[in-house]
Design a binder for this molecule. Sequence first.
Ligand code: NI
Length: 398
Amino acid sequence: MLSRIRERAKAHEQEIIDLRRHFHMNPELSWKEVETTKKVVAILEKLGYTIVKKGFGGTECGVIADLKPGKGATCVALRADMDALPLQEENDVPYKSKNDGVMHACGHDAHTAMLLGAAMVLKDMEAEIPGNVRLIFQPAEEHGLKPGAKAMIEEGALDGVSAIAGIHVWSLTETGKIVYRSGPFMAAADGFELTIRGKGGHGSAPELCHDPIIPAAQIVNAIQTIVTREVCPRETAVISLGKFQSNSNAFNIIPETVFMNGTVRTFNPKVQDHIEDAMNRIVTAHCAAARCTAELKYIRFIPATINDPAMTSLLTGAATELFGDASLVETELIMGSEDYSFFLQKIPGTYFNLGTRNVAKGTDKSHHSPVFDLDEDALPAGVALMSAFAWKFLSSAC
Ligand code: NI
């Protein structure tokens, strides 16, 4: 069966590449994927999928569609994100972005095209699919404040779904390799904003002021001791500051306020909780000692992406059958984050990367850079593996 899936994915290769190029030429930012959604819907309708819902988060973006061949009620979901980034493309390619200042610089164009490819493969094999398949075309993965995955879940994307798989192309790994990890995979991304208020005055008269720079400077160092002295050395965490700024521009003024912000990355939710508590404790104590007040806003943007072990071995089993053992690469923890984590908080599933690095083709550049591109030769493998995951899960569930 998996060899047929591989063969069907290969048969659709040109359509998948054409679609990827279409999306690449017509990129849309987070929560603006209106034309992308329309194109996806048109293809799914033509294939005979049932459109369950289109438009999420109060927009016209995003679609979920079902294939229900009528053999069993178990449903497995496959997900692709669709948004581009605010970058001016610098690649000189025939499929260069036509939207000024907007670019598919993370490969979500390929994710959308590959999920449409999986829609074609699964439709080809409808008679042999032992359950139902839900396709989730998600907007706004890159939107930290209003993540598309969260909005889709709140509006029913996972209702009746038992398991999920998601894919991301990966320019750090050779074309066609499958990058996987069981358990923690990508970090949680939190942010914080801290305002310290003191009493400003003349730089020559500190005795008349409550200088907020002093506790602010101490806090910069003290919060690093959370990682080194409070988090277990076997755990992973990082706290980094992005901004440190007083409200004075003059050399001889003690400022009224200091503002700083930064990010916190963790994998273990208990470590995440501890860091938030410890930051509050340290900030409050240092500010009180310096006769200042503090306002700390700690924001949890994206949870850690934690892959279910059973679903991950289902995926690696499918990859071995399709492409052999040598195709698999177990990855280190990745400190970036991914809003697919919201799906994994609700149901078991796995997230994996598909290598698209080909130095000869120049597709080894960093994601989110204006020269990012991907090796399209990898796309049929991604289509086959997503389809195979769905088929294997439904076969094992019935
Ligand atoms: Ni991405």
